[in-house]
Design a protein around this ligand. Structure first.
Ligand SMILES: Cc1cc2nc3c(=O)[nH]c(=O)nc-3n(C[C@H](O)[C@H](O)[C@H](O)COP(=O)(O)OP(=O)(O)OC[C@H]3O[C@@H](n4cnc5c(N)ncnc54)[C@H](O)[C@@H]3O)c2cc1C
Length: 460
């Protein structure tokens, strides 16, 4: 069997690429080594609770992942999320972000300046901080706080000089223009698992193939051209079985593997040294977005202003970790047994600490004690799951000098027919929406034309 395109990975990027290509009439196969759909954004049930490996909220105001669904003949249902944002301060306790920007004229001035700046001009800010950009337009601390708290929530960056101007401003501009709000997010109405099933159904309905539990051993490249991919025999009998491969032939391969694993399947020696080094540079532990995660269920909700609010902080009483918390049951009551509220929260840690399990254990215990101070009702949870977000990580940290043109391009520089559709490569946006936009960029590059459903705006 010869395919037009092989897509490696059935996460947000792979399913988006597969659904777009199948809708465009291409013979496509999407392969994933995991038995689950969704990759880093997969959802599974655990003792009656739905826990998501990644996927908390979708940050697409409408022009990205939502349009992928539309083009695939499906609908991404946008559930409601509140604009309220309680902020924890170790001295003052809980306050609202609304108390911080009382003078909205300054905010309006900054929004106007951002909306009037074309996206391409924001590329010039790849190596500078968000605060530096804001200070061109206002010195109002409330406006600075609003933008920076959103950066903590979206990009998990901590210090003011670590919030990248360009990546943050791309998203703010998109949210203001498409939804008239500083930060738009939604819970997928069909649930995270339902969302990935919808895209998978669209692939097969349009004649594409999906093969889960299929490990890609390597991308086959010869004479500077892609020839297909080699997949391993499944199931392996000896765990170290080697070179028992089947080759799926195709002149084009879209890899959605992130920088941490992509060189396991794309032979390093086939890429220019500078390009492979760019991938390895970004793959360093210190650039991973990592956190200590907790799922805690209680009988009563603990939210302050609105059940669907997203709370945030820049430090907890005994840790320097910033973080977030929301009530997942308020977004989707089917996520937990009747009469319970499943709260999702995380304490963001430096990526370099992810392998220091002793430090992680101690910090997790301190964080759990702090949670009791911040929400006394969480002291005796009905149910708990702890997790470490490191492998896989949320993404590559979006700091100045690590975004935009500082990331490897989505097209292999020297291999005909090889694309990298990953939010860890050159891309803009947040999480799954960013992955879907990266997929769209690669699919259009492969097709050699733009897909009209998406208009003529920016892509990557
Ligand atoms: C804890 C956490 C919370 C997050 N919260 C959010 C959020 O609230 N909102 C949001 O939008 N995003 C969130 N994200 C980020 C989001 O999950 C990712 O950005 C997105 O899922 C990346 O999708 P992807 O398709 O690019 O990559 P992946 O999901 O990593 O997909 C790559 C796929 O490739 C497969 N694969 C790997 N190697 C092979 C191989 N050799 N052969 C075959 N298949 C292979 C993997 O199994 C995987 O399915 C979160 C992530 C984490 C970890």
């Amino acid at each position: 069997m010869r395919y037009d395109v092989v897509v490696i990975g059935a996460g947000a990027a792979g399913l988006s690429a597969g659904a777009l290509l199948a809708a465009e009439g291409k013979r496509v196969v999407v392969l994933d080594r995991s038995p689950h759909l969704g990759g880093r954004a997969m959802a599974v049930r655990d003792e009656g609770f739905t826990v998501n490996l990644g996927g908390h909220l979708i940050e697409d105001p409408g022009s990205g992942l939502t349009k992928v669904f539309e083009h695939a003949g499906k609908e991404l249902v946008h559930g409601e999320v509140s604009n309220d944002m309680p902020i924890w301060d170790n001295a003052a306790g809980w306050t609202s972000i609304r108390d911080r920007y009382t003078d909205r004229t300054e905010l309006k001035k900054v929004i106007k300046a951002l909306v009037q700046t074309p996206y391409e001009r924001l590329d010039e800010w790849d190596d500078r901080s968000l605060r530096e950009w804001i200070h061109q337009h206002t010195d109002d601390q409330g406006v600075v706080d609003l933008f920076e708290f959103i950066s903590v929530l979206e990009c998990m960056t901590d210090n003011w000089y670590d919030h990248s101007a360009s990546d943050n401003l791309y998203v703010r501009k998109m949210h203001f223009e498409e939804r008239n709000t500083a930060a738009y997010s939604c819970w997928p109405g069909q649930g995270w698992d339902g969302m990935w099933r919808d895209l998978a159904d669209s692939i097969t309905a349009n004649g594409g193939e999906l093969r889960l539990g299929t490990n890609v051993e390597r991308v086959v490249i010869s004479g500077g051209e892609v020839k297909g991919v080699a997949i391993g025999r499944e199931p392996r009998v000896l765990p170290n079985e080697f070179f028992e491969e089947e080759v799926l032939e195709a002149p084009a391969v879209i890899s959605t593997l992130p920088v941490w694993t992509v060189l396991n399947v794309v032979p390093r020696q086939q890429l220019p040294e500078w390009y492979a080094s760019q991938i390895e540079f970004l793959a360093q532990d210190k650039f991973r977005i990592a956190w200590l995660g907790l799922h805690l269920a209680t009988a009563e909700p603990v939210t302050r202003f609105d059940p669907r609010e997203l709370s945030t902080w820049t430090s907890t009483p005994s840790t320097d970790c910033s973080g977030f918390m929301f009530d997942q049951s308020a977004m989707d009551p089917t996520c937990s047994p009747p009469g319970t509220h499943l709260h999702v929260m995380g304490a963001i840690i430096p990526g370099a600490k992810g392998r220091d399990r002793q430090w992680c254990r101690e910090t997790m215990l301190a964080f759990e004690r702090d949670i009791e101070t911040m929400w006394p009702a969480m002291a005796k949870p009905l149910w708990r799951r702890r997790h470490l977000v490191f492998e896989p990580s949320f993404g590559v940290i979006q700091m100045p000098g690590l975004v935009g043109r500082y990331r490897p391009h989505w097209r292999a520089p020297n291999v005909e027919g090889l694309w990298f559709a990953s939010e860890t490569f050159r891309s803009r946006g947040i999480g799954t929406d960013r992955a879907a936009r990266a997929a769209l960029t690669c699919v259009e590059d492969y097709l050699g034309r733009r897909i009209p459903t998406f208009g003529d705006g920016w892509r990557y």
